[in-house]
Design a protein around this ligand. Structure first.
Ligand code: MN
Length: 294
């Protein structure tokens, strides 16, 4: 196996608010030359780095909005998020949980801070990924997977140096509980200071890491807290080392390799399909969802 080199390490871009509840650094698309295709099938990565929200009677978040053609994956590191969609999917995810929503042919949904978290206030830290769907699944039925932290499979590393929590895909034969449409590996890796792990993915799999806690190096190159490390496609294996106690989100996926036609919350293969999406949306095909916060 060849070494997979670091392509670039980037610090978080200036944050912006999504609704009033998500203060995100948008790593993908478009900043730092990371257009949607670069990390295909991961076409969007929004990162709410640790941010303290004051107590609020009115839960902050994003009101009812549509999606079609892909999946939204929300990983809660701190704080709690409530979700409801027009297909009856929904629930609350707490620290360590993941919600995996397949919008596919179309849903309306809303995403808010959970009520109790809102009232108390506190530190919020979260990742939202958009995972693209191949043409043959863009019009599949919507689906919702509520994945609990306690249900994730973990591999404890040698010498208790850390653990690999497998959300999707597999690590050393241990499979993640998330079901995906295309091959994806998604891990949370905890490593103690000075410990390291070698990771390996097929060279064509687009691969990146986000430093959630602490500080790491990848093949010897330092990545600070909240940095994103884009790996090249020139090899398979690389070494992740904790420079401080660290938690790292690792994403690696086989590129779908189809044209991407994106417009706001819709991601299809052609702009004719985007135009059709507006027709379907305006006709009410995405269902109905009440804007009241429960
Ligand atoms: Mn959304």
């Amino acid at each position: 196996m060849r070494v997979r080199n670091v392509e670039m390490i980037v610090s978080p871009p200036a944050p912006h608010f999504v609704g009033d509840g998500f203060r995100v650094h948008n790593f993908i698309p478009s900043v730092y030359r990371m257009e949607m295709k670069r990390m295909d099938p991961f076409i969007l990565l929004d990162y709410n780095s640790k941010y303290h929200f004051s107590p609020s009677k009115h839960p902050k978040g994003v009101g009812v909005h549509p999606h079609r053609g892909f999946e939204t994956v929300t990983i809660a590191y701190q704080g709690s998020v409530a979700h409801h969609d027009s297909h009856g999917g929904g629930g609350v995810i707490h620290k360590g949980d993941v919600q995996w929503m397949t919008a596919a042919k179309g849903v309306l949904h809303k995403e808010y801070h959970e009520k109790e978290f809102s009232q108390k206030g506190g530190v919020f830290q979260m990742v939202q990924l958009w995972v693209n769907l191949p043409a043959q699944h863009k019009m599949s039925a919507p689906k919702y997977q509520a994945l609990k932290h306690s249900d994730f499979k973990r591999v404890i590393l040698e010498d208790q140096s850390g653990e690999v929590e497998v959300i999707a895909g597999e690590y050393q034969g241990v499979k993640g509980i998330a079901s995906t449409f295309t091959p994806i590996h998604l891990y949370n890796i905890q490593l103690k200071k000075d410990k390291s792990i070698e990771l390996s993915f097929p060279s064509n799999y687009n691969t990146g890491l986000l430093v959630i806690e602490g500080k790491v190096s990848v093949n010897g190159e330092i990545a600070d807290l909240d940095n994103f490390v884009l790996m090249g496609n020139d090899g398979e294996r690389f070494v992740l080392k904790a420079e401080e106690d660290a938690l790292v989100l690792v994403l690696s996926g086989e590129p779908i390799g189809e044209p991407i036609a994106a417009h706001g919350p819709f991601v299809m293969n052609t702009f004719d399909e985007i135009a059709q999406t507006f027709v379907d949306y305006n006709r009410g095909d995405f269902g109905h969802l009440d804007d009241n916060i429960e």
